[in-house]
Design a protein around this ligand. Structure first.
Ligand code: HEC
Length: 133
């Protein structure tokens, strides 16, 4: 009888430990999720210039006017009034989600960025592109 009773006691101790373990594991998960979200929120807005420099400047130039390599590919000056007039947020965002096709034919002259950029980054770059002057 005594041994059964002590087994029950130690059993409930284990249960309590398990419950505590679950609570602290949940707290860690919640903390990590919070940290990830705030890191993303912090990164999204100020990142646009850095994202542009890293992903777009090689063809479009640091300032959007077009690099040497880009000019050879026929990139337009994204800061020119006539070009800006034809750009909408949807068009700019599409350039990154779908890529840009050559004027003639189906060849992609600019490849899509959906594997490199998150939706939030594409949004930030869309605003950035439209703000180039
Ligand atoms: C490998 C070269 C290259 C890179 C890198 C590149 N583009 Fe392009 N992009 C082009 C070419 C070529 C065109 C087609 C000619 C044009 O419209 O200027 C184009 C067109 C565009 C257009 C005009 C789309 C339209 O419908 O008129 C936008 C906006 C644009 N790119 C934005 C970006 C952004 C933002 C990035 C970075 C995420 C980027 N590009 C990276 C080559 C590039």
């Amino acid at each position: 009888m005594i041994s059964i009773a002590s087994q029950t006691v130690s059993g409930s101790k284990i249960e309590r430990r398990l419950a505590l373990g679950t609570v602290s594991a949940l707290a860690v998960v919640a903390l990590l999720a919070f940290a990830a979200t705030s890191a993303q929120a912090e990164g999204a807005a100020p990142d646009a210039a850095a994202l542009w420099a890293k992903n777009c400047a090689s063809c479009h130039g640091k300032d959007g006017k077009g690099s040497k390599a880009g000019e050879k590919m026929g990139v337009q000056d994204l800061t020119a009034a006539a070009v800006k007039a034809g750009l909408t947020a949807a068009k700019v965002s599409d350039s990154m989600t779908k890529g840009v096709k050559a004027k003639e034919g189906d060849k992609l002259v600019m490849k899509p960025y959906t594997e490199k950029l998150s939706a939030a980054e594409i949004q930030a770059l869309t605003d950035y592109t439209l703000s180039l002057k």
